[in-house]
Design a protein around this ligand. Structure first.
Ligand SMILES: Nc1ncnc2c1ncn2[C@@H]1O[C@H](COP(=O)(O)OS(=O)(=O)O)[C@@H](OP(=O)(O)O)[C@H]1O
Ligand SMILES: [Mg+2]
Length: 384
């Protein structure tokens, strides 16, 4: 595919609005998580608000509320008729008459969040949104994307398990145009903009207590740069570009010095297969197991060098779990492909079709070539 020629102003508004609304969404998530400290607030940590989806994965008030908030802001800013959104959640559970309490919590959370929007440089509604407007904002995100036109791609809370466990999670928003990811924004509320990742004695795990400050990373395709800004906290106001700094991948290309990240859950990636690959290419450090697209954030920012995910055969990766992270890693200087070395294809709808075995993101070509080579050398003897 030919590289698009992007003038520097193209997508600037989309990027800025994307960052502002992800900042607002991170604020929402933190308030839901800290609900018990906010007496008299509608942001509550009610355990009933973690619901199981058909595939047994969890969904919370935060997932629906972030999706409604981002959908409403994008539609208001760019015009409803111009906005197509591919997002993870649907409004079915919430529309059930038995889910009135849950819907009430989501509507209150969305309205409380939208009332803060002006501090983030965004519009708030003239009057609080009603139930049907919130449901409508959620269900409008039912686009299936594809090779033509502009589509926003949203994972309202990526790593919902990390979110409910008080660990790492991300709000991920990307803009795809004609099948290519042109803008990526990754809000990481528990990943400090200041402190570096540390690898614990056993398996590395990011402790959320250390990373309270949070950050938002973002980029435009073709800019050759990616940025990070701290999260806006308390009653803060987002003054663009909010002390943004440029981030860059690590320069380490010696496997013995490199750190690799992978999903926390064994069900999501084959830990023993990646352990074998790691050993064969000479990685010596323990894997850093991190929930969500914060793994891509860690590569983009130089806190780790390799991210590998080998899902079970037959599992199809969704575009919202990768789009924002991939473009941020690439513009920060890294390489992301499937395990056969081919680029990920965001032009085929909701799923990343044709992924060969797994996903490999690296800080540079040397490490990437080694991992891909090791996959080819080991695949036949693996038990995926
Ligand atoms: N069976 C299976 N195999 C592979 N991947 C799956 C599977 N089931 C779900 N998912 C998707 O993985 C998203 C979480 O991926 P992570 O890399 O963050 O995994 S982990 O939570 O650290 O284990 C997770 O995203 P969220 O639902 O946003 O949390 C899922 O979309
Ligand atoms: Mg996800």
């Amino acid at each position: 595919m030919e590289e698009p020629n992007i003038d520097s102003d193209k997508y600037s508004k989309e990027l800025e609005v994307g960052v502002r609304v992800v900042q607002l969404a991170c604020c929402l998530c933190q308030k839901v998580q800290k609900g018990s400290d906010q007496k008299g607030s509608s942001f509550g940590p009610n355990p009933d608000h973690v619901v199981s989806k058909d595939d047994d994965s969890p969904v919370t008030v935060a997932d629906w509320s972030v999706q409604a908030t981002i959908s409403w802001i994008l539609s208001e800013t760019f015009g409803r008729e111009n906005v197509s959104i591919v997002a993870e959640e649907d409004a079915q559970t919430l529309s059930d008459p038995n889910a009135a309490t849950l819907l009430g919590s989501v509507v209150a959370t969305v309205n409380e969040t939208l009332s803060m929007a002006p501090r983030f440089g965004l519009k708030s509604p003239a009057a609080p949104l009603g139930d049907s407007e919130v449901l409508d904002a959620i269900s409008r995100c039912n686009s299936t994307g594809g090779p033509v036109g502009r589509h926003w791609v949203l994972d309202p809370v990526d790593g919902t398990l990390g979110f409910v466990r008080g660990d790492q999670y991300a709000v991920a928003l990307a803009l795809i145009e004609n099948g290519r990811v042109m803008v990526g924004v990754l809000g990481c509320p528990n990943y400090s903009s200041k402190k570096k990742l540390v690898n614990n004695s056993n398996v590395g795990k990011l402790s959320s207590d250390l990373w309270q400050e949070g950050c938002v990373m973002y980029t435009k395709k073709g800019s050759g740069q990616a940025w990070m800004q701290p999260l806006v906290h308390g009653d803060g106001i987002l003054e663009w570009p909010n002390s943004a700094s440029i981030i860059r991948v690590s320069s380490i290309d010696n496997p013995a010095m490199a750190t690799f990240c992978e999903p926390v859950e064994k069900a999501n990636s084959n830990h023993s297969y990646t352990a074998g690959l790691a050993y064969s290419v000479g990685l010596r450090k323990q894997p850093l197991r991190v929930y969500s697209m914060v793994k891509y954030a860690a590569i983009a920012r130089g806190d780790a060098e390799i991210y590998m995910k080998f899902a079970k055969a037959g599992y199809k990766e969704k575009i919202w779990d990768h789009a924002a992270g991939v473009v941020i890693v690439e513009e920060a200087g890294g390489v992301v492909t499937d395990a056969g070395g081919r680029p990920l294809d965001f032009s085929r709808g909701v799923y990343l079709e044709g992924v060969d075995r797994g996903i490999v993101a690296c800080s540079g070509v040397n490490l990437h070539e080694k991992i891909i080579g090791a996959v080819y050398a080991s695949w036949d003897s693996s038990h995926l």
